[in-house]
Ligand binder design. Structure first.
Ligand code: NAI
Length: 342
């Protein structure tokens, strides 16, 4: 298995927690219906495996992704406050998946307040306030350390500008709070400026995070590629998902130099887990990104078209989009469109 286009691909499968197994099952059916052959190496990660392995991310998971270089992942829950460290953060940091890439685009038939949203959130995935460096200074006082390095800031900026060039994008906007965090966000911004100078064909601007949040909910069509550090990227990607139909429809990828893990923006949705009503669109569209990464551009395009056709029909939309479909019937509709060759 060589992960060559047209051949059999080896991909790690992490079903995850909550609605994870439901939406990954859907994505697998759709990929199979598109005629792409994948040898799935299914591994367990998440809250359920902590009692068995003492960690939510056993070595088996990391070794599998290192070997295949590609993973499709369902969401993994993280306890609030105490409990184990986030499996997602561990996976991203250990495998150095430094770029989180989330395309946010209006979908056919999914009515929202806006019509022309077409932006990409590029988030630094390995440091900032997610470094896990927290301590109690004295009773009633804690510190969480925000780590920003020149190396990580330069490479995420380079990733954003290269992506903008590759995808024919117009602009990169660096989002920051360097007026307050003069050193940490200041370094992030200084690196973005340096990289911007090396890409004169792409426009560059800077926005303070609070202003950016306001502009996003008023006039999101103005944005193209957003470059953010870890926490701002995490928060604004959910906000951006809300602009185009919610968490059920926005895909994502975590990319490093050696491997890539494809997953939806949404979490494990404990409120609807096990009910069979989750919208699998986000993970199916993450699979579209994965198929392109594997060199299966034709299959990726067909799956995307089939998802669009399914969403365009109000009868085959899931409940989060106001439709009567559930995970199974939505998936069947996508597969039917694929076999019809939409
Ligand atoms: P969430 O994204 O799981 O859910 C937020 C709301 O959106 C819920 O009402 C949920 O029902 C709805 N929703 C999410 N995905 C949906 C889908 N596919 N179809 C229909 N409705 C959907 O966010 P929440 O509740 O903040 O987090 C739950 C758990 O997920 C937490 O433990 C969190 O740490 C984890 N999480 C994991 C992520 C990952 O694995 N990449 C990302 C975000 C959160």
């Amino acid at each position: 298995m060589s992960n060559q286009p047209g051949g059999e691909h080896a991909v790690t499968l992490i079903p995850g927690d909550g609605i994870g197994p439901e939406v990954t099952h859907s994505a697998l059916s759709v990929i199979a219906a598109a005629g792409v052959t994948i040898a799935w190496d299914e591994v367990e990660a998440g809250a359920e495996v902590v009692s068995k392995y003492g960690t939510p991310v056993p070595d088996e998971v990391l070794n599998s992704v290192r070997k295949t270089g590609v993973a499709l992942k369902g969401p993994i829950g993280t306890p609030v406050g105490g409990g184990f460290r986030s499996a997602n953060v561990t996976l991203r940091q250990t495998l150095d998946l430094y770029a989180s890439v989330r395309p946010v685009k209006n979908l056919p038939g999914v009515e929202t307040r806006f019509e022309g949203v077409d932006l990409i959130v590029v988030r630094e995935n390995t440091e900032g306030l997610y470094s896990g460096l927290e301590h109690r200074v004295a009773p009633g006082i804690v510190e969480s350390l925000k780590v920003v390095t020149e190396k990580a800031s330069l490479r995420i900026a380079e990733y954003a500008f290269s992506l903008a060039e590759r995808d024919g994008r117009r602009e990169v906007a660096a989002i920051h709070k360097a007026n307050i965090m003069k050193l940490s966000d200041g370094l992030f911004l200084e690196c973005a400026r340096r990289v911007a100078k090396q890409h004169p064909g792409i426009e560059y601007r800077e926005l303070i995070i609070d202003n950016c949040a306001m502009q996003l909910v008023r006039d999101p069509e103005q944005f193209d590629v957003l470059l953010l550090e870890n926490l701002y990227g995490d928060i604004l990607s959910d906000l951006c998902a809300g602009l185009v139909g919610g968490l059920g429809v926005v895909p994502g990828a975590n990319v490093g130099d050696g491997c890539a893990v494809f997953e939806a923006v949404h979490g494990s949705a404990p409120d609807i887990a096990g009910k069979g009503v989750a919208n699998p669109t986000a993970l199916i569209l993450s699979s579209v990104q994965m198929l392109r990464h594997l060199g299966e551009a034709d299959a990726a395009g067909r799956v995307e078209a089939a998802v669009h056709a399914t969403l365009a029909n109000p009868e085959t939309r899931t409940g989060d989009l106001g439709g009567p479909a559930n995970t199974r019937t939505f998936t069947e509709a996508v597969c039917a469109h694929l076999s019809e060759g939409v």
